[in-house]
Design a protein around this ligand. Structure first.
Ligand SMILES: Cc1ncc(COP(=O)(O)O)c(CN[C@](O)(C(=O)O)[C@@H](O)C(=O)O)c1O
Length: 401
């Protein structure tokens, strides 16, 4: 028999498995509100116009070849990505204190960062929010870190458990790593205010806790790229050290191109050079060097003033459509007199609404209404259209009455 006969069937991924189930459902009224992928009002994936334009320029540039990129990726892309998140006037960039490596989207950036920390950082414990993106635990555990959680969400208020957050971080071992969502927290859609971030920063710096920002939705929370980077810039401005993982999957619609960057902000330029050299030793045996196409699209757009402006307009339009879906769903539930307080639908920000529906209610909505969403009650607002909002509202109404 096979040498793999002892291999057991693995369960579907809690998030990506929802799409697998959705695809199998023949129902004409099915709606996929699982994976955080933007859909237009027509229910279709979106390739941004500015991305199409950039690709046209790349295709027409006959001087372009398909040579290997350096282990650290496309240099232009790395510089422009650092400017995007830290700000073009960032002192850390001007002082050459940022090591940036192009990685395989957000997941790859988190994994490379985790592997680097497991090898070169003295404290192996990383604190992640409770709840957080389901893949965080697996990425950091497999990277060799010990994962703990800090209180983040208060189901009673459907808001931030700020006291719990501060309490948990204040008892973390000195030097522990702390994962922070830069904006648009997944799955809750609840972010600390900037004042709260300042209190978090003071606490973390006083205990030498190391911030690791996960920025998968820059520009998606508020529609403004600079506004959505303020939490990161608050920490970098104090001259301290931090890691940031960036993804262009959502804000530039480059999901399948796997485009992202890991940046490590260090205290001095000479440390930065050594850190970058060690990042190369993590990457080389993992995937050697990253893919050229997606990073070239991003660099083409970020380095051209006019294309950057066009991108910000398209990005704002996506963010606005999501906010519009929030408003429509909230009103649809109010019209139905659906029991419960649904104000969090319009208070939460980013791609997701953390509805508060439980597993049984979610299972009911999938079975009876063909609504596909994650079992924790999260729905991707980007998967909604004006014409499917009533169907979702009917399903929620039925599930809670
Ligand atoms: C907080 C967070 N961090 C990192 C990523 C990784 O993104 P990528 O590797 O594609 O750049 C996601 C994507 N999470 C999802 O949007 C989601 O939660 O549905 C989905 O893409 C996923 O992969 O699960 C995320 O929500």
């Amino acid at each position: 028999g096979s040498v793999f006969s002892s291999v057991v069937q693995a369960p579907e991924d809690p998030i990506l498995g929802v799409t697998v189930a959705y695809n199998k459902d023949p129902s004409p009224v099915k709606v996929n509100l699982g994976v955080g992928a933007y859909r237009t009002e027509e229910g279709k994936p979106l390739v941004l116009n500015v991305v199409r334009r950039a690709e046209q320029l790349l295709v027409n540039d006959l001087s372009r070849v398909k040579e290997y990129l350096p282990i650290t990726g496309l240099a232009d892309f790395n510089k422009l990505s650092a400017k995007l998140i830290f700000g073009s006037d960032s002192p850390a960039i001007q002082e050459n204190r940022v090591a940036t490596v192009q990685c395989l989207s957000g997941t790859g950036s988190l994994r490379v960062g985790g592997e680097f920390l497991a090898r070169h950082y003295h404290e192996r414990t990383i604190y992640i929010p409770q709840p957080t993106w389901g893949n965080h635990t697996k990425v950091f555990t497999l990277a060799g870190l010990s994962v703990k959680t800090y209180r983040y969400y208060d189901p009673a208020t459907r808001g931030l458990d700020f006291e719990g957050l501060l309490a948990d971080l204040s008892v973390a071992p000195p030097g522990a790593i702390v994962l922070l969502h830069a904006c648009a927290h997944n799955p809750t859609g609840v972010d600390p205010t900037l004042d709260q971030y300042e209190q978090i920063r003071l606490l973390m710096r006083s205990k030498g806790l190391l911030p690791f920002f996960d920025s998968a939705y820059q520009g998606f929370a508020s529609g403004n790229l600079d506004a959505d980077a303020q939490s990161v810039r608050l920490f970098v401005a104090d001259g301290g050290e931090c890691l940031t993982a960036q993804s262009y999957a959502k804000n530039m619609g480059l999901y399948g191109e796997r485009v992202g960057a890991l940046s490590i902000v260090c205290k001095s330029a000479d440390v930065t050079v050594r850190v970058e050299s060690q990042l190369k030793l993590v990457i080389r045996p993992m995937y050697s060097n990253p893919p050229i196409h997606g990073a070239s699209i991003v660099a083409t757009i970020l380095k051209d003033r006019e294309m950057y402006e066009e991108w910000t307009i398209e990005l704002k339009a996506m963010a606005d459509r999501i906010i519009n879906m929030r408003q429509l769903l909230f009103e649809a539930l109010r019209t139905r007199g659906t029991p419960g307080d649904w104000g969090h639908i319009i208070k939460q920000i980013g791609m997701f609404t953390f509805t508060g529906l439980n597993r049984e209610q979610v299972a009911f909505m999938t079975k009876e209404y063909h609504i596909y969403m994650t079992s924790d009650g999260r729905i991707s607002m980007a998967g909604l259209r004006s014409q499917t909002v009533p169907h979702l509202a009917d399903a929620i109404h039925a599930a809670v009455t």
